[in-house]
Design a protein around this ligand. Sequence first.
Ligand code: PMP
Length: 386
Amino acid sequence: MTASEIRALFAVASRPEVVSLAGGMPYLAALPLDVVGGSLERLVAERGLVALQYGSGQGDPGLREQILDVMALQKVHASPDDIIVTTGSQQALDLVTRVFVDPGDVVLAEAPSYVGALGVFRSYQADVVHVPLDAEGLQPEALREQLEKLRRDGRRVKLLYVIPNHHNPAGVTLSAARRPEILEIARRYGVLVLEDDPYGLLGFDGDPLPAIQSLDSDGVIYLGSFSKTFAPGYRVGWAVAPHAVRERLVLASEAAILCPSSFSQLAVSSYLSNHDWKHQVGVFRELYQERRDAMLDALDDLLPSASWNVPQGGFYVWVRLPAGLDAKAMLPRAVTQRVAYVPGTAFYADGQGRDHIRLSYCFPTPERIREGIRRLAGVLDAELEI
Ligand code: PMP
């Protein structure tokens, strides 16, 4: 195991004088904290002896019912018994990898991919092989070619890890046309799809696309989370898996943690039933859209030598630096200039990514975002003069 580049950075980037465009922290000041507090008080008064007790290894049955309503927005097919509640979707990533991956097995992941998932795969000694993505997400033809090559080489491929919506860090969404194509290729090569979807409800325009899982509930494990639509501090996420897989995930989770936190689950459950959570997700969406716009405007005005995508949801802009710059080497100098980002190298298992940085717009105000980009532009200018 190695320390992730983000972890090492957090200590410095969280100093108040630094504009952090690094972390993916949701903007919780937009939550109605009085409502949340009131419902916690009621929870302890009315169901305290359940909320503070051990619970089921699979997760609270009432919450699993409610998760079906959340997932219905993305047409995920499931019954409450198909769901296991986990300690954030991060624990679900760990459980799935623990159950499926032996040292040396291949896990396919987009290039780039989520740093926290790469850390899990590495900790189980998986061999992560990247497949390129573009503005429409994972490229089916590249996936087919990679699987064919791995088959020729006699490699055992266990999982295809995909972040279909508002990708972390690339900001792209897998197009509706590509979803069945990707699924068909994975099915042909006998590879299970691991669909990680914490940002699915945070699209700025139109309804969310149906999940990949909605096309084939046997070949896909779907992961969801309340971290981005409600609050990450509760650490409540979930996995939907075919029956035999779900049973193994529960056994693995019981061995690791006995059961997910009863208190957190019932707190989330009571929030969902007593509060207009869909409205709140809409509040988050509007807020993030405004910040996305602020970041894109600032990039247009102040960083014309770089290039970037226009995310349609989620938290991140993926920026390509002008030729010759090294995102990792530049980071200490950026932090000295009181701005932080995540270097692209964090999002690859194989050392690529020096030419990219991930900027997140979810937490700072539009004014701070602009100030951060202004500082970053100064850093780039100084680098280009070296
Ligand atoms: N997957 C992705 C793609 C993420 O961006 C994150 C959080 N940054 C997670 C999983 C983990 O989220 P959590 O454990 O809070 O549910």
